[in-house]
Design a binder for this molecule. Structure first.
Ligand code: SIN
Length: 277
């Protein structure tokens, strides 16, 4: 197995293995790489839907997405689908999956199933490396704060998706909700400090006004979105991305108008997140 950084500040490419039927030793090496990088890319995988579920179950427990449709016959696989006629895509803004849950998801394993001729890349950001680059003064301030996360503004009755052509596809408006988490977490596996806010789901800082919250949050978003901490992955048939939701954000580009794109996503159950103080 070969593990090479993808960009200096974001992700790694793993080559020389097939995720289907992975040997125990290789799984161990992969766990270490996941802890080191928080974002792994694989090419040329032969991963059936069964293999996708098997690999996910070897890693941990699967958590179902409350809003997406699942692949027929596979309740554990969420479909990230955009039809030819649809204008809106799922996950088109920076976000971390399920950060609005009390136990935010460990990670997501995304498999390319049908790709547009061109376009449809996914961008990623590494919020652990972004945190490390902040000044010690700001780091200390952030470590004492908690942020509120929600999905209501996206999936609720008056939410963003209800006003788009995805409204029929993204069900479960009755399941909206949120949680608060430390703004800086101690990563449960690597022990690193990670900035745990994201533009998609963070709706404010506990005890701060909206105006105050977004003055700081927008600064942190601009900081994290810099080239130094981000990368852009170009999907090919057989590509797989596996990211840590506690450490990374992602954004699906919507630059393939008039073409079909289908991805299969399995999300893994996480644990309650603890702060650093
Ligand atoms: C997602 O937000 O999980 C979808 C990412 C993608 O479709 O590239």
């Amino acid at each position: 197995m070969d593990i090479t950084p993808f960009t200096p500040g974001c992700g790694a490419v793993v080559s020389g293995i097939q995720l289907a039927g992975l040997k125990c030793d290789d799984l161990k090496k992969l766990r270490n790489a996941f802890s080191d990088y928080g974002l792994l890319f694989f090419r040329d995988q032969k991963l059936s839907k069964e293999d996708h579920v098997d690999f996910a179950e070897r890693w941990g427990s699967i958590v179902l997405n409350k809003f997406f449709q699942s692949a027929e016959g596979y309740p554990n696989i969420a479909e990230v689908r955009k039809e030819q006629h649809q204008e809106t895509n799922i996950g088109g803004g920076w976000h971390a999956d399920h950060s609005y849950d009390k136990e935010p998801a460990l990670g997501s394993i995304l498999v390319a199933r049908s790709l547009p001729d061109r376009g449809g890349d996914t961008c990623f950001a590494d919020a652990a490396n972004a945190f490390d680059a902040l000044s010690p003064g700001l780091q200390q301030t952030l470590e004492g704060l908690r942020a509120l996360h929600s999905n209501e503004h996206l999936y609720g009755e008056d939410g963003y998706y209800q006003k788009t052509d995805l409204s029929q596809q993204l069900g479960g408006m009755d399941r909206v909700g949120g949680a608060t988490h430390p703004m800086v977490i101690r990563h449960p596996d690597s022990g690193r400090k990670v900035l745990f806010v994201n533009p998609g789901h963070t709706i404010g800082i506990e005890g701060w006004s909206n105006k105050e919250s977004f003055a700081l949050l927008n600064f942190l978003y601009g900081h994290t979105e810099q080239d130094a901490f981000t990368c852009r992955f170009n999907w090919l048939p057989g590509s797989v991305a596996f990211w840590d939701n506690r450490r990374t954000w992602h954004l699906a580009k919507n630059d393939y108008r008039g073409q079909f794109r289908l991805m299969h996503r399995i999300t893994l159950k996480g644990v309650p997140l603890l702060g650093t103080t």
